[in-house]
Design a protein around this ligand. Structure first.
Ligand SMILES: *[C@@H]1O[C@H](CO)[C@@H](O)[C@H](O)[C@H]1NC(C)=O
Ligand SMILES: *[C@@H]1O[C@H](CO)[C@@H](O)[C@H](O)[C@H]1NC(C)=O
Ligand SMILES: *[C@@H]1O[C@H](CO)[C@@H](O)[C@H](O)[C@H]1NC(C)=O
Length: 424
């Protein structure tokens, strides 16, 4: 093209040549504009490709990079509480979560992916909160203590926790004391929508022979002697009625100072007792503790007493719920079962279909679920629970926040006995 322009310039300045020059220049400009347009488009698409890659990287980070979790008030549930040894120990599929109680580990608290608060955070009046909070941080309540013993009282707790990680079945991640699996190991309960099967097959011979050795009515291992659930009062009434039938609940532990035979409570319950008193210390929704396992593990029928809807937790026909019965009717029932071998056996037909275990054996541990959740896209949208106190305390729970000025032990008793067993 340059040669062509030179040739044009060398030639004489005729009108014809000038027109030719103008034409040439405009063609050049036109071509230039075309090229630039394409170039801009090209650059655009390159940069969008780059930013698309960035988004990809961010997305992958959610799933790949380690998550740092600060245990704000320490934790009895995460042990050891430093690093990820606890997850490795539990054989979690995802172990890329670093726990710590050291607030300064990452320099700034806002660098933690999650902060875990335990029940002490609910209870203390002069609670210390993190000073800075990023919206991306997942504030988690983690506790297996009953809401009754650790009510949520402070107003700020509404709209504070992004996740709940508790025994409550409606928690974001559930940490249940017990798990029911079928014999193949699939988790069946606890669940709000459990469908139980029934077995009419006979109880296995090895279980029958354990059951055949039982001689005593019921055992109760207890260390907290005046629990708010008034279980002690209930048991006293029950004892009165059992006494008519020459039966008794044998109470072991620090309340009575009675020690288990040969110091082995589990073996004693297994060898001697028809029933085991699985009475919770307080009533709270879904609060079913390992106490029922003392019964199940030792082939003693658990007599349960607590705030849960037990049909969501335990196989039907495997337990007796004292809260549905006047102490007199329960005494009658105990006598009836003890004096009828087949009736007693029928409380164990569930063993043909199910196993009741802790949540830590054979099934994946709740801490594994927590670490997985932190690596999932659940962290992207996790609005805090707005009505947390109501959710946690339940319909009648705010009274547990009142100070003793308004709330003496005496009127607590009167109100509760009516709530607890109307027939009483
Ligand atoms: C910690 O990080 C937050 C938010 O990123 C920032 O506002 C704050 O100043 C930092 N604190 C310190 C002590 O660096
Ligand atoms: C207990 O739970 C079962 C199963 O979810 C439900 O069908 C039943 O209505 C519940 N009972 C009460 C009293 O809430
Ligand atoms: C966690 O809750 C806080 C408080 O309501 C909120 O500002 C934040 O956006 C929530 N985090 C996520 C990831 O949704």
């Amino acid at each position: 093209m340059l040669d062509y322009i030179k040739l044009l310039l060398k030639s004489k300045w005729s009108v014809k040549n000038i027109i030719l020059l103008i034409l040439t220049v405009s063609v050049c400009v036109f071509i230039h504009v075309l090229i630039m347009h394409d170039l801009v488009k090209f650059v655009d698409s390159v940069s969008s490709a780059i930013s698309f890659n960035n988004r990809q990287i961010e997305k992958q980070e959610i799933f790949k990079s380690p998550k740092y979790i600060l245990l704000w008030y320490g934790s009895a549930l995460v042990s050891p509480s430093e690093g990820n040894a606890v997850l490795k120990h539990l054989h979690c599929p995802v172990t890329d979560c670093i726990f710590t109680t050291n607030k300064h580990l990452l320099g700034n608290i806002s660098n933690f992916n999650a902060i875990v608060f335990n029940e002490n955070f609910l209870k203390s009046k002069h609670v210390i909160k993190p000073k800075v909070r990023l919206n991306s941080q997942i504030y988690t309540l983690n506790t297996v203590e009953s809401a009754h013993n650790y009510p949520a009282c402070e107003l700020f707790l509404d709209d504070f926790f992004n996740w709940t990680f508790t025994y409550r079945l409606a928690s974001d991640i559930v940490w249940s004391y017990i798990t029911v699996t079928d014999v193949e190991g699939h988790i069946i309960a606890p669940s709000k929508s459990v469908v139980w099967r029934h077995s009419s097959a006979p109880v296995k011979p090895e279980i029958r022979s354990i059951l055949a050795g039982k001689t005593k009515a019921a055992a109760w291992l207890v260390s907290n002697c005046n629990a708010d659930s008034l279980r002690d009062e209930y048991v006293t009434r029950l004892q009165e009625h059992l006494f008519h039938f020459s039966l008794a609940i044998d109470i072991y532990g620090s309340c009575t100072g009675t020690k288990c035979t040969r110091g082995d409570c589990e073996e004693m319950v297994k060898e001697q007792y028809y029933f085991y008193m699985a009475f919770e210390n307080s009533f709270a929704e879904d609060y079913v503790t390992e106490k029922v396992l003392h019964g199940y593990n030792n082939y003693a029928v658990p007599i349960v007493y607590g705030g849960a809807n037990y049909s969501r937790f335990l196989p039907p026909g495997s337990y007796i719920n004292a809260r549905e019965m006047h102490p007199y009717r329960l005494a009658l029932k105990i006598r009836q079962v003890i004096s009828n071998r087949n009736l007693f056996m029928s409380y164990f037909t569930w063993t043909n279909l199910y196993k009741v275990t802790t949540s830590e054996v054979k099934v994946q541990h709740p801490l594994c679920h927590f670490c997985e959740a932190l690596h999932s896209n659940r962290v992207q949208k996790a609005p805090a629970m707005k009505n947390f106190r109501f959710w946690w305390n339940g319909l009648n729970g705010m009274k547990w926040c009142l100070s003793n000025e308004y709330w003496s032990e005496r009127n607590k008793m009167i109100i509760d006995s009516k709530d607890v067993y109307p027939l009483y």
